[in-house]
Write a protein that binds this ligand. Structure first.
Ligand SMILES: Nc1ncnc2c1ncn2[C@@H]1O[C@H](COP(=O)(O)OP(=O)(O)OP(=O)(O)O)[C@@H](O)[C@H]1O
Ligand SMILES: [Mg+2]
Length: 372
């Protein structure tokens, strides 16, 4: 896939000045000088999320995570199944309680806000889940599904909402003539397009996308990904994008955070992360899924050996570095001392960060994954 989106840089974050097309009554974003660094749309600090396991014990699915997403930017979030990605996403959306930390959205602290106080926030903070069948109300017609958020927030009159619904459906590639249909009368790909139109209709500042294309076949996946990019270009929306398919994450994300057992272990601009992964876990994750260059097959096998064995349970997180039980570089320090996420490149939040005591040794000893 070829990246078509404009890449935000320190000097010029994408999509800051294209929000004039927000529905009537919205305040246009202030114009910024090019050199200004905008505040992040989302700033998460030391976030903790706990669940009660079936045994009655507690598990910490999100264990003190910091992250930021800026306007017009896509932050990809990857990691093995069960590492806590959806728990993080649902906490940001305030769909589940947090046990600690801060979630600052557009300058507003979300932790501690009541559901009623969250209502106004929700038009700027939307979500698309994996399965449109369960997220779309089967009784509603597509037009009403798309405009429901506008109606709930008292935006636009009925006629105008209808016009916006037809326009949004057309934008996501659904024939407006189908607006009277119900979700069951659409294919899965069409349903996910409707879910996207619904999420984007209020021109939100941030959309949380939790495996939005995982249930779709490959050709439809590509269409939805392109659509997400088009929408981001048009409206400057930021995305927190969760997916298992690393090729898709690489294609869509400006920066990527790698999660392991409730912690971020590496975070970097997407290009750096996939070209020069530093953490042994990231190397193994990338090596296990991306096609290597033909000259790198032998090295790839070596990298695969970096992550042997099963993922430990969140209910019994290993001491020290939680990756030490699978890491061939682990020593006594790793078993005893939890590494912090330190910056190894770049001079700001968008730089390359890794949580590994021995990242320099790993770099010297382990081959680079040169994914195509
Ligand atoms: N509501 C819940 N009650 C109890 N445990 C939960 C709940 N939700 C998630 N968990 C547990 O928290 C851990 C993290 O789950 P989470 O769904 O956040 O992982 P994930 O990274 O999104 O996984 P996947 O890639 O499979 O979607 C898992 O051990 C899971 O079983
Ligand atoms: Mg999940």
């Amino acid at each position: 896939m070829t990246r078509t989106t404009h890449q935000p840089t320190d000097q010029e974050p994408a999509g800051l000045d294209n929000r004039a097309a927000r529905p009537a009554g919205r305040r246009p974003a202030p114009t910024r000088k090019r050199q200004d660094r905008p505040d992040p749309v989302l700033r998460v600090r030391d976030l903790v999320v706990r669940h009660s396991a079936s045994t009655g014990a507690e598990l910490t699915a999100v264990d003190g995570i910091d992250l930021e997403v800026r306007a017009g930017e896509t932050l990809g979030l990857v990691g093995e199944s069960g590492c806590g990605k959806s728990s993080l996403a649902n906490a940001v959306l305030r769909l589940i309680p947090t046990a600690g930390g801060s979630i600052c959205f557009d300058g507003t602290e979300l932790v501690g806000r009541s559901p009623a106080q969250m209502r106004d926030i929700r038009r700027d903070l939307q979500v698309v889940f994996q399965d449109p069948r369960s997220s779309l109300d089967p009784r509603m017609r597509l037009g009403a599904i798309v405009t429901e958020a506008l109606r709930l927030h008292g935006l636009n009159n009925r006629r105008e909402r209808r016009r916006i619904a037809l326009q949004r459906l057309a934008e996501v590639g659904i024939d407006p003539a189908l607006a009277h249909r119900r979700p069951a009368q659409l294919s899965g790909g069409q349903q996910q397009r409707v879910a996207l139109a619904r999420a984007l209709v209020t021109q939100p500042r941030l959309v949380v996308l939790d495996e939005p294309v995982s249930a779709l076949d490959v050709s439809v996946q590509a269409q939805v990904i392109n659509l997400l990019q088009d929408m981001q270009r048009t409206y400057g929306t930021a995305y927190l994008f969760i997916a298992h398919n690393l090729a898709v994450v690489r294609h869509l994300s400006h920066r990527v955070a790698v999660m392991y057992l409730g912690k971020i272990v590496e975070q970097a601009p997407a290009h750096n992360l996939f070209r020069r992964p530093v953490h042994p876990y990231t190397k193994a994750l990338i090596a296990s899924v991306l096609p290597p260059r033909p000259d790198a097959r032998a090295r790839l096998e070596a990298v695969r050996r970096l992550a042997p064995g099963e993922v430990p349970s969140l209910a019994a997180v290993p001491s020290g570095c939680r990756y030490h039980t699978r890491c061939p570089f682990a020593d006594t320090t790793c078993k005893a001392v939890e590494p912090t996420l330190v910056r190894i490149e770049g001079d700001h939040a968008g730089g390359h960060r890794v949580a590994c005591h021995h990242w320099e040794r790993v770099q010297a000893a382990a081959p680079q994954v040169q994914a195509r």
